[in-house]
Write a new protein. Structure first.
Length: 224
């Protein structure tokens, strides 16, 4: 991989009446940006998402990791666990971040892709339906795309579903979602991996799969 100079900065994304905090990283010469939608009970500090984001930055893609919930909401959700399953709320937050990127002078010219984990994958698919002209592709890691429900048939962005080979229930949920999707959708199973891909080398496999998919769908001149 080519070595890139990466510009990192904290950002605030306004969504009246709240503000969402994020970390924006833009490698020199980037043509695409991947927006991360974290999963249940997680945040922009997710070590797994940050690992994948760093890998993508090394391939020349910009990344945005941001909190789908405010700090106060996270504290409530830690007790009730209900906001993490409010997929429409999470999708609304992701759309706000997308609109912000489209208006930000540093990112307005970048092709946009989503990387969703767990419930964040469903939010990513719904947001892709709401912004079909802006979102070019979606990647799900151990995701719950089935929670996008009736929106699945309307997804226009090519989608990659990455699932651990030992994560049997989620494999079945992803297959169910695929059966309802009309766009190009592929499922890649990482052998010997559980839901969080904590086994040695498995998260690296996820990063490589995602990197190749995003390179195909976010880089100009690839015919997509």
């Amino acid at each position: 991989m080519t070595e890139f100079l990466v510009h990192d900065e904290p950002v605030s994304i306004p969504l009246d009446p709240i503000t969402l905090e994020g970390d924006l990283s833009i490698p020199q010469g980037a043509t695409g940006i991947v927006v991360f939608a974290h999963g249940s009970g997680s945040s922009r500090h997710s070590p797994r998402n940050r690992f994948v984001a760093q890998y993508l930055q090394e391939t020349g893609l910009a990344t945005l990791l941001f909190d789908l919930l405010t700090q106060e909401e996270e504290e409530i959700d830690a007790l009730t666990a209900h906001l993490r399953f409010d997929i429409d709320l999470l999708a609304t937050r992701l759309i706000a971040a997308t609109d912000w990127l489209l208006q930000n002078p540093d990112t307005e010219g970048l092709n946009i892709g989503y990387f969703g984990a767990s419930t964040g994958a469903a939010a990513a698919l719904i947001a892709a339906v709401r912004r079909p002209d802006a979102v070019m592709t979606v990647v799900s890691r151990g995701g719950r795309p089935d929670l996008a429900k009736e929106d699945l048939a309307d997804v226009k962005a090519p989608t990659l579903l990455i699932v651990g080979g030992w994560d049997t229930p989620v494999i079945e949920m992803n297959q169910s979602a695929m059966d309802r999707m009309k766009v190009r959708t592929e499922m890649m199973i990482v052998p010997g991996a559980t839901h969080l891909f904590e086994e040695p080398g498995k998260l690296e496999e996820v990063a490589v799969m995602a990197g190749e998919w995003f390179a195909e769908h976010l880089n100009p001149g690839n015919g997509t």
